[in-house]
Ligand binder design. Structure first.
Ligand SMILES: [Zn+2]
Ligand SMILES: [Zn+2]
Length: 289
């Protein structure tokens, strides 16, 4: 009964968010027709993102609730916050707080995201987002449902241990920050010019989704390309550079079961080859001895 109550509560809590997302997608898709970076996008792709997005919000939230239950004791065990920041109770203080939050959040996001591309274990979960062949506003929820659970360990816990910075304090500003995710995925021919290297926009993020080799492992930041510039992964696109997108092997994951279970299949295979390699090493050693 408790499980049923939990699931019902998840539905009640998430339904307004799902409705908001679908309305935002409708408006976004209409805006995209004005100046698309890519014309004649596959309607089947967009339809899949709508269906997947519905389940993504629910499953992601359920996974996040479970994982947060583990994450909170870990954070408490590690102690902190070790760095105390003082903000004046004024508009300037609010702006300072917001800026610090985004600066710190983006730092941890940048490194998690870079690791998701570097480590085959993390890539198994992240690659679904990159299987998008028609980058558009609906790609915003084309993530595997474990995505936010990784945020707990790579972003929330280290941030909470180091600083007393919580999104709860930010209210509206945090919502705008999250909405930025919708914007950067939009299929828009919109160049920020020299500003591209200052704040992430649709063209900057399109490079990250590109299926061209020269764009591989570039533009990892969520909001501030500053970290790409600092750590050598920045790619400043030309004025009319709007590449095609998708996985390098062209794999299409437009199937709910593939999308939901693909990481587990990959992890199983990775674990098997790891055990196999260990066995080979032991056999070689005993053979030598
Ligand atoms: Zn990525
Ligand atoms: Zn993306």
């Amino acid at each position: 009964m408790e499980v049923l109550h939990f699931l019902n509560q998840q539905w009640v809590d998430n339904w307004p968010g799902i409705k908001f997302m679908f309305v935002a997608y409708g408006i976004g898709l209409a805006i995209e027709t004005l100046r698309p970076a890519e014309t004649n996008q596959s309607s089947a792709n967009i339809r899949f993102n709508f269906i997947h997005g519905f389940f993504f919000v629910l499953f992601n939230s359920i996974a996040l609730s479970v994982v947060s239950g583990v994450g909170e004791p870990i954070r408490e065990f590690l102690g902190g916050p070790y760095i105390q920041l003082q903000f004046y109770d004024s508009l300037l203080g609010e702006i300072g707080y917001t800026f610090c939050f985004i600066l710190v959040f983006d730092f941890f996001y940048y490194w998690l995201h870079r690791l998701q591309h570097k480590s085959p274990w993390l890539w198994a979960q992240h690659k679904m987002h990159h299987s998008e062949k028609s980058l558009n506003i609906t790609t915003h929820s084309r993530f595997h449902w474990l995505e936010s659970s990784f945020w707990v360990f790579f972003i929330s816990i280290p941030m909470g241990v180091l600083f007393e910075l919580t999104p709860g304090k930010l209210g509206l500003i945090w919502s705008v920050y999250m909405l930025w995710g919708f914007f950067i995925h939009m299929n828009l021919k919109l160049s920020f010019g020299w500003f591209t290297g200052v704040i992430a926009g649709p063209q900057y993020h399109r490079i990250h989704h590109s299926d061209l080799i020269q764009h591989k492992d570039k533009n990892f930041s969520a909001t501030l390309p500053l970290y790409d510039r600092l750590f050598g992964s920045y790619y400043g696109p030309e004025k009319n550079e709007y590449p095609t997108t998708g996985l390098f092997d062209g794999e299409d994951m437009n199937n709910l079961l593939v999308a939901w279970f693909s990481p587990f299949k990959d992890w199983y295979q990775q674990l098997r080859s790891l055990v196999k390699n260990e066995d080979t090493k032991v056999e070689e050693k005993t053979g030598d001895g």
